[in-house]
Design a protein around this ligand. Sequence first.
Ligand code: ADP
Ligand code: MG
Length: 351
Amino acid sequence: LIKKTTPIPVALYGGRHAVTMLPGGGIGPELMSYVREVFKYAGAPVDFEVIDIDPSDESKQIEYAITSIKRNGVALKGNIETKSENTEVISRNVAIRNELDLYINVVHCKSFPGVPARQKDLDLMIIRQNTEGEYAMLEHESVDGVVESMKVVTETNSERVARYAFDFATRNGRKKVTTIHKANIMKLSDGLFLDTSRRIALEYPDIEHNDMIIDNCCMQLVSNPHQFDVMMMTNLYGSIVSNVACGLIGGAGLLSGRNYGDHYAIFEPGTRNTGTAIAGKNIANPIAMLSASVDMLEHLGHLQHANLIRGAMLKTISDDRIHTLDLGGTAKSTDVVQRVIDHILESDIRP
Ligand code: ADP
Ligand code: MG
């Protein structure tokens, strides 16, 4: 991939971090190879512990992955496909988030100048409950032809999400938090989520708080998205809303998502796609996973490396307009990566 002969900067001794890397399926492995290449040229002081999880393998590998994340504290992750139709086999992605109690998911939907998009200049924070709600995976067929699925909402987790949202708004000079729900129909579950957010809102008088029904929210996102600032919601609504917002900005290939608990953090592409159909073709957009890796560097406190890589990505996408197929361009994945590396090597903020 790399043609340049410029020496690779020596990373700091002592200050290196070990991070778990879960490439997952589909485009995951190729996106991870781009991250490693870019980190090498940026001199990012990170050593990856790579754990491949075979989608058809139902063995202990997932436990090994969880142990590794517990040891390292941080992971960069692709999407692990759940191929099995066996109802006993639960999504490994969900299992990891639950086991590590990563109760918050954050997708920062910020427009890239120069990227053709349905909406311009968006800057939304989508904060999602990440471990319960409709993802409780408690389903059963009570009698033939009748299936019940439990949506679990707890006050504890609702409060943790609300606090995260209002603290985030306070720390980042945001003005408004909107709770997204369907409490008119799901009066108890979404009612608890909404009531909890209203109760926490009282502790943050400087931040405006309102709420909106999920269906209206989807319409408003498409027609008038600039009204939103920070949005908080339960798990499934969060999945849908963040995909809508990513779609408005430029699709699945651009944005990153962050999963936080009190002890661990996992960074991944915002829409959590496997991209099986485009795997191995050198056409996947590398930016979403690179953004995730930059989020990870920020989390680890390597701000200089994070700024270096983010700046290089922004120049590549917004100024040079080196765009892959998903953005309407003709560039290959490796063209984007090569240009990002060129900008890194030219940068005067290179550590
Ligand atoms: P899921 O795995 O959730 O079913 P897919 O893998 O089908 O989702 O991805 C949804 C869409 O997003 C597909 O059209 C896929 O090609 C596209 N996509 C996902 N990631 C990327 C990427 N990094 N670059 C370009 N397109 C992507
Ligand atoms: Mg798929």
